[in-house]
Design a protein. Sequence first.
Lengths: 108, 637
Amino acid sequence: MDTNSFIQNIPLEYFIILSSVLFCLGVLGVLLRKNAIIILGCVELMLNSVNLLLAAFSAYKGNGDGQILVFFIMVVAAAEVAVGLAIISMMYRNTKSVDVSIFNKLRG
Amino acid sequence: MENLVYAIILLPLAGFLINGLFGKNLPKMLVGTLATLVVFASFCIAAYLFFNFDADGQPVIVKAFEWFRISGIQINFGFQIDQLSLMMIMIITGIGSLIHLYSIGYMSHDKGFYKFFTYLNLFIFSMLLLVMGSNYLILFIGWEGVGVCSYLLIGFWFQNWEYGKAARKAFIMNRIGDLGLLIGIFIIASQTNSLDYLSVANNASKFSVDSPVIIFITASLFIGAVGKSAQVPLYTWLPDAMAGPTPVSALIHAATMVTAGIYLVVRSNFLYTLAPTVQGGILFIGLLTAALAAFYALRQNDIKKVLAYSTVSQLGFMFVALGVGAYTTAMFHLMTHAFFKALLFLGSGSVIHAMSGEQDMRLMGGLKKKIPITHITFLIGTLAISGFPLLSGMISKDEILVSAFAKSPAYWGILFVIAALTATYMFRLYYLTFHGEFRGTEEQKHHLHESPLNMTLPLMVLAFLSIVGGFINLPHFIGHGHYAKLTQWLKPVLTEESFGQMEANIADVSFNTEMILLVATILMFFAVWFIVKNIYVTKKKLALPENQYTGWEKLSARKLYIDEIYNVLFVKTVEGLGRAGKMFDKDILDPAVDFVGEGAEDSGRAMKRFQNGNVENYVLIMSLAVGIILIVNFLLQ
């Protein structure tokens, strides 16, 4: 039994529900938490929920395109995290805090 | 020949340039002498050309260069020397140089001395361009040029606000006429593919008599003439133009510029002969102008205003002559009028000079003994314009009367009355100014003096010309037209139809009728003289202030309220339009433009609240937006 048919044993709805739950958790985390690192983590959570969904659809269709897109998203996410963490470390150095609510200098 | 023609026109231009550029630093004597000499030199050259011009000769065209070529119409910058232009050049430069000479004395105390002569020379140049050009477009340049000079010289003492307004009035009213002239020129160009007088004349025969095109062309050109020559309804600028220095009134607003309209019509006689309808219109306008202006002149108190209205009236006489097709008669009266009206204006200038600037006749009187030369020459001018037998004005005016009689005795009757009015206001002017008791202040009385020789010499020359000027065109009943030298001289300028029309017209009047008319005019003149003398010398009647007149005298003094009517009809209307435009701008356009700017600002201020720098807020809004879009999308499906 190859991997695809193995995965197809699990109903697709499960994947969709799991991904949605993960995505919503990510969104809520970004909205509610003030810690910059956790916000960054929640963004990763959202990205990965999407990745999961892409991989699942890919397996169900028997087509590798979705999984290739997943790799791209991972690469971009890694780069984004590198930049994001660098920004956060600079924020910490300057203010000894990673609370985003005090970083509101960009208001109009 | 060619070089001489160029010299005539370039000499005044040179005078203008030299005086205009360097005059400020040159001594007054030099400026005045130079300006006078260039014009006099032009006159000498013109006289030389005149005496060497073959009387039956064809017009000489001097082409300077090709100006431009547009859709098959070639416009040359060239001059046409023929009988008509030579006559005009002689009048312009001859009287012009006399008035330049006079101005040296008259303007000697003025700060703008060099400026005055600069403008005068520019005027002579423009006027020469007007009469010498070989096509309508060059005429138009000159036409506009004299308009500008007229504006500059009327407003010469522009520190006085009223004078500046008079200058603008003259300029604007002239613009109305100029538009007509320009339209006429355009139609000529489109219809005949040429603007040269000679080729337009050759092409004119293709128009049928009284066809709409020819009526439109001649009427448009005539509108130009109405503006420039101060005819009804565009005459009100000329009396106001008396704001300028008196030599200007003599040169521009009596002798030369205002006669440009007459010149234009005579020059275009090949067109006007084809349009009897328009000729009728000219006759009507001329009669109306002559009558109205003569009526106004009866009760004016400003010595120059009387002469100004007299000029308008005499120009009306010339247009009457043009209206009945008597082109050479109009030119004859133009010439004699130039002599005696320039004389009268310069004489009034001499009076004003002696009175230390006073122009009101109510404060004059008894000047006869104090300024004898001015008095004698002024009397000659008065007699000439009023119609003393054998003086120039009488002979030329009689010719107009006879031509009008040939058309209809009614026209003769109207002109006869106007001629009586002319004599009336001129003798009133003469007696109020020179006879009776002096009515000015003691200081003015003490200061009374005869003008210097450079002012009295032009007076004497012009007085001489006013006496003998009529003899160059004696009535045709003397020697069967053999002594009508001017008519013969101008004959080649007219087309055969024009001349034939004129001859046929006169031939209708028998010798006896003409004698009766002549005697009637002469009797009328002496009767008027006697009556006016009786009123103003024996009964010592005096002029009243404008607001104390009643009845017809008030109407005359207030000029039938025409200025006020124009003011309400046109000036107030335009001002009202301007005010409406201002309101539209202030109350509608401005707020609309402001709204665009302020709207952007306000919306920015409103939206600013969402950008509070709080990242969670942004994310919340973004998520909500995505959620809303999804829900809406779902619902829509």
